[in-house]
Each structure stands twice: as C-alpha cells, then as structure tokens.
Design a protein around this ligand. Structure first.
Ligand SMILES: Nc1nc2c(ncn2[C@@H]2O[C@H](COP(=O)(O)OP(=O)(O)OP(=O)(O)O)[C@@H](O)[C@H]2O)c(=O)[nH]1
Ligand SMILES: [Mg+2]
Length: 199
C-alpha cells in the first residue's frame, strides 16, 4: 500500500527558535548549521543606533537582524528541523510572539560577557512553557565558566540543559540542537507518564 513503507514517509518537521539577546550569535548559528543557504534579514548598524546598540565585545558587528533568520537541518531520515533566528534588538522584540507560533522548542544563546542581554528570551520561553536549552557561545573560543556556575547565575531549574558551544562551528550547533530534541523527547515521555489534569 502506498505510504505504508516507513522509508518512503515524509520526515517530521519541527519548528525551532534560535533566540537570545543582541549580538549573541543567533544569525551565525543558523548560518553555520543550515544545510540550505539561510534566509537573512540583516540591515547595517548605523551611527544613529550607537547609543542603543551595545557593541561591547562585538565591535566587529556590522549588521543586525530586523525580522528573522531561516534555515533547515536534517537530523535523521525522519526528522527535519526548521530554524527561525529571532531579532535581538529590543525594538524588534514585538516579532517574537509571531515567530513563536507553532515552535516546539528553542535555543537561548548566551554571551557570558553580557548574560543579561538574554534574560528576556529565557523569561519569554519560561512564561509560554516552550521547552528550551541554554547554549553559551564562547566568543574568544574559550569558556571561562563551567556550566553549573552559569546555571546558578541564571537561576535555571535542573531540567533546562546548559551547553557550551561555538556558534561558528556546525558540529557544535548540531550538538546543541540534538540536546534540545532530547529534552523535547524527555518532556513528551514525562507527559505520557504524568498527564496534566484536564482543566
Ligand atoms: N569570535 C566570535 N565571533 C562571533 C561568534 N559568534 C558570532 N560572532 C560574531 O559576533 C557578531 C554577532 O553575531 P550575529 O550572529 O550577527 O549575532 P545575532 O545574535 O544574530 O545579532 P542580532 O541579530 O543583531 O541580535 C558577528 O560579528 C559575528 O561574526 C563566535 O562564536 N566567536
Ligand atoms: Mg541576527
């Protein structure tokens, strides 16, 4: 019967958000991990924005995401992730609600030199009950703080994975996404064992 052979079935597609504060490496991550040429909506940073755009540590940054990044990665024969990078600048946060529609999970990227820039993203996903992992992007290629210290300083509960990553490295970003998928599977298993009471 057509469609009964599992090897010919279309893969499941899952929408994932790549979020975090201004300049933490969201566009970089979507670009390095995507198997298609990523769609970007970058606009140049201008002199006029210097007062509001904190470029400390990312002085080389020349442009910013004004709407979204879009990419795709095949994790396995039956799982494809569609990645949506969010804009980081506060004046574009109003778009997060639309971008979050249908998202099953999120990666919150952190720059430990400016962790506070990602607090709003953590808060956003916690409030909506969207599962997320925290990925610490080591800008100078090193990670000065162990993950447990970062977890404590962000007051993250134990079930939120904290990972160290390099947003420029494909394998590193892939590992972060796989950790997120593992979390989604664990959450689904947990729901199966302890379904929430009907309202
Ligand atoms: N050295 C280093 N530079 C990085 C890394 N990740 C990103 N960058 C650089 O840091 C700057 C910011 O990266 P983006 O990917 O644009 O950050 P973003 O989070 O998409 O920024 P917005 O969309 O403006 O919020 C760029 O100049 C990147 O080339 C990293 O791991 N190491
Ligand atoms: Mg960006």
């Amino acid at each position: 019967m057509a469609g009964s052979d599992p090897t010919t079935q279309a893969p499941d597609t899952v929408k994932i958000l790549i979020a975090g504060g201004f300049g933490v490496g969201k566009t970089t991550m979507v670009g390095s991990v995507s198997e298609i040429a990523p769609l970007r909506t970058e606009e140049p940073l201008t002199i006029a924005g210097l007062e509001v755009d904190d470029l400390k540590g990312i002085e080389e940054k020349r442009s910013t995401t004004v709407a979204l990044d879009f990419g795709r990665i095949t994790i396995s024969a039956d799982l494809v992730l569609y990645l949506f990078g969010t804009p980081g600048q506060q004046r574009f946060w109003f778009m997060w609600n639309d971008l979050a529609v249908g998202a099953l999970g999120a990666v919150v990227l952190i720059d430990v030199r400016r962790p506070e820039s990602s607090f709003a993203a953590i808060d956003f996903f916690e409030r909506r009950g969207i599962p997320f992992v925290v990925a610490v992007n080591g800008f100078d290629g090193s990670h000065p703080y162990p993950t447990e210290e970062i977890r404590e300083s962000l007051t993250l509960p134990p079930h939120v994975p904290v990972l160290l990553c390099d947003a420029r490295e494909r394998e590193s970003c892939r590992d972060v996404l796989i950790a997120l998928i593992d979390r989604l599977i664990d959450d689904a298993d947990e729901m199966g064992r302890h379904p929430s009471p009907a309202h």
